[in-house]
Design a protein around this ligand. Structure first.
Ligand SMILES: [Zn+2]
Length: 424
């Protein structure tokens, strides 16, 4: 299965105008085949889990490219334990390396490694490696590869990957690595302020082979996501954890309307601006939460559940209420902790996960406790309206059709929250 992931910017009208073309390109590339025919890499979470949680392991229909369901299909990179990331810095005759290759690498590391360590509570030991410390010059000019936003793998990316393999192979044993990061010199292609080219091809078993292994999971990083606020050195790396999370099987949560579905509550929704974490659903999907940290509310009745802050290690992190075998509601406690730097209203986040909705089409929707409030953040590149989406003690979320009522009943001295869930 060939999957191409890319960001869609909503800030600029020009970006929005190209979204329809982009969506078409994705559908077209999916339709041309490259199906996963088996994999040597197990999915992040094996089936056969705690039976109390089975009703919450929702799954979509088979046509979904990159589903939210659990378990994640095979073909992606393992998301726990030690993962070896090969980093190659490339340049072109029409875009010669700007600064040193090792300085380009340093734009993303060690921050990306640290981000994964924090978000996974130490379960993902991400090892970035750079066996070649200089720019690898590609044999053709950048323009010759035909790389633009929405470009499918064939023919341009296939040619580029073949040329990267040919240039690096004398010094690199590709069998040693789980994923590939291609860090392109930032002067190749348009500024990320205008067009975001960064893309990941994940689970692509039809990719070119090097040292006997297909380069099925590769992220390509272009330009610089510099929001102009002076925070680039602190936050500009965040495109890489976003792109690499695709190699672990996570879909894009932004839609044609930008970050309006999930806001800044997940790096798969917004990877510009202040640091943010992943939703608890994603952490469970990636194997970063134990089953004991998840409660599945699949039977009728009323009960109260404690939740501990997502940014803090240990404790109950996720309450999930399935409404079908394909969808359900998730509850989690978000505070300013861990990777969450911009939370301005600590509280219970309520969202719907739909495993039948594909990447980029809004598989997750956050419910806003304070609709049309304008939000509480002043942080640049943080979706403002949803920044105060969290539910506070006394507030209630209800789905009358599914006969589900969630009320935040209080907090305790340690910062934990309690939620009461009724399902009839
Ligand atoms: Zn993406």
């Amino acid at each position: 299965m060939q999957l191409s992931r890319r960001r869609i910017r909503s800030r600029r009208v020009a970006s929005l105008a190209s979204v329809a073309v982009l969506t078409l390109a994705v559908s077209t590339s999916a339709g041309t085949g490259h199906l996963v025919t088996g994999s040597t890499t197990p999915g992040p979470i094996a089936p056969g889990r705690d039976s109390a949680l089975r009703a919450c392991m929702i799954h979509g229909h088979s046509g979904v490219q990159m589903p939210e369901g659990i378990p994640t299909p095979a073909g992606y990179v393992r998301s726990t334990g030690t993962v070896h990331a090969l980093n190659l810095m490339i340049d072109f005759s029409d875009a010669p390396g700007q600064g040193s290759a090792s300085a380009r690498f340093a734009e993303f590391f060690p921050q990306t490694q640290k981000w994964f360590m924090t978000s996974s509570y130490g379960r993902l030991d991400y090892r970035p490696e750079t066996p070649i410390d200089h720019w690898l010059r590609m044999p053709k000019p950048f323009a010759a590869y035909g790389i633009e936003r929405g470009a499918p793998f064939d023919p341009g990316y296939r040619r580029l990957v073949q040329d990267i393999v040919a240039a690096a192979d004398p010094q690199v044993d590709f069998r040693r690595y789980d994923l590939l990061n291609v860090l392109v010199t930032p002067n190749a292609g348009p500024s990320a302020l205008d067009t975001v080219l960064s893309v990941t091809f994940a689970g692509n078993t039809d990719a070119p082979v090097a040292d006997g292994v297909p380069l099925s999971n590769a992220s390509f990083i272009y330009s610089r996501q510099d929001d102009g606020s002076g925070s680039y050195a602190r936050t500009g790396y965040r495109v890489l954890p976003h792109e690499n999370s695709h190699t672990f099987g996570l879909p894009d949560l932004y839609t044609q309307d930008g970050g309006g579905a999930v806001g800044h509550w997940d790096i798969m929704s917004e990877d510009w601006g202040a640091d943010n974490d992943l939703l608890a659903w994603h952490k469970w999907k990636l194997g970063w939460l134990d089953d004991s940290q998840v409660r599945c509310v699949s039977t009728r009745g009323t009960a109260v559940y404690p939740l501990t802050p997502l940014g803090r290690r240990g404790g109950r992190k996720l309450v999930f209420i399935p409404i079908s075998s394909r969808a359900g509601y998730a509850l989690e406690l978000r505070t300013r902790a861990g990777n969450d730097a911009a939370v301005c209203r600590p509280g219970i986040l309520v969202y719907r996960v739909d495993a039948d909705v594909d990447t980029g089409n809004g598989p997750i929707t956050v419910y806003d406790a304070e609709r049309d409030s304008g939000g509480c953040t002043r942080s640049p590149n943080v979706h403002a309206e949803l920044s105060d989406a969290t539910f506070l003690p006394g507030q209630t979320f209800a789905d009358p059709k599914a006969e589900i009522v969630v009320t935040v009943v209080g907090t305790d001295g340690s910062g934990d929250f309690r939620v009461r869930v009724t399902r009839r």
